[in-house]
Design a protein around this ligand. Sequence first.
Ligand code: SF4
Ligand code: SF4
Length: 498
Amino acid sequence: MPFQALDLQLDWTPYYSYGEGDAYAALPAHGAGFGKAAALCIGSRQCQKAIGQAGEKGVMCPSFRVTQDDLHSTRGRAALLRDALNGTLGDRPFVDGALDAAMALCVACKGCKRECPNGVDMAALRAETLAQRWAGGQRMSLRARLFADLPHWLPRLRAWRWAVLPALALRERIPLLARAVERVLGIAARRSLPRPAARPFLTHATASVAPSEASLPEVVLLVDCFANHLEPDVAHAALSLLESSGNRVHLLRPTDGGAALCCGRTAYSSGRIDAARAHAQRLLDALAPHVAAGRSVVGLEPSCLSMLRDENHQLGLDASRVQAVSKASLMLEEFLARELEAKRWVPGTPRPSALTDPRSAESGADPDRPAPDRAQPGADQPPIQVLVHGHCHQKAFGTLKALRKVLGALAGVQVDWVESSCCGMAGSFGYEAEHYDHSMRMAELALLPAVRAAQPEAHVVASGTSCRQQIRDGAGRDSLHLAQLLHRLLAAPSGSVR
Ligand code: SF4
Ligand code: SF4
């Protein structure tokens, strides 16, 4: 039987020019650019750095760090993928077995793309591998479909909120019920599940700066599905922060009258490349006029912004449009650092309430409530403590430098950094029953011990929605998005000037 023909779902043409010379003698027989991308691994094993060795501050490879198994490192996966593309794993390597096991613990953190000397991009190779699995005839589980289509389900969950909330509460109160859900759906019984918000941010939020204030700089706030439906406080805080620092903010809504926009992240990570492409196309269409007008696109969720900056380039979309949007897209911290540098944003003085009650404005808080009186932190006042965990994709795109700059500009704030790899949640990974233990072991490498050791009054900051969930589940503590932290600490609007 011939080798399973591959109809590649991602665009691997940029890799076509690789593979000249001896270093690439191990080019696989099949897979064209996909194979060449796997052949980038030359086996130097830096992806197998152990905690405690030089370079331990890096991200990769979290699954190797908790298993110490070559198969669960970037190197092991690349080697098996080359075997698959050479036909040594059988005629249907993407549908049957071994490759599936090797990819199962890859959390798509992109650590390898940044830290591997050859830039092996296992997150993209994994997405193509999954896509080939579905193309080869393997059925997606109900759980995989639920996660892939999350942006489709979130608005529906809200409509059924009256039933969903009691059902989720019952599941958490009755272990037998949680285990039954685990058996049927494969969602870990030991996980709490996020609650749909009463009102999605985009259904009622409006940017409040009048259009007549044409002289203000304009930005687009990209409100992702998670902030919109699960944590609207994050989006409220970001909108308030951007407006109070003198920007005219555009909230992105669909131009075709259809469902809310989505970057395609959940579909992409599940190997549903067609769906990811369709989402990305709609988002590009909505962003194009803003980008053409010279507006920056400010993102809140690192993995969603990563779609705009990175994954979209492989989806076969209009390259010039993808490039323009990619260049215009910034994480909130990058935008603020740029404004800080240009002296267009000067952070105000942290509020005194932040010194005494860090939890009062966390989950469920009303971001529109009046600010308490401001006070200068005096010499006799202790510094406001902030503990920061960086999302893998913030690390992969180097945005933590900007985050350092922004937090460093806050008077009276002491910032500590968790030298962590992946938090272990990684989107759906930590919810999957068979991956729960690995997920927690990743978190226990550094993140959860650091959060537990933090002073009770310290603010824990994590800009990824999955990271915040992991911290809540693993350390029983709420954490804040950067937007929420700044909204809490800075007295707006008088604390921000332009
Ligand atoms: S994936 Fe990169 S770091 Fe790991 S063995 Fe291959 S070339 Fe070396
Ligand atoms: S994406 Fe992350 S988990 Fe996957 S191979 Fe690369 S470093 Fe390891």
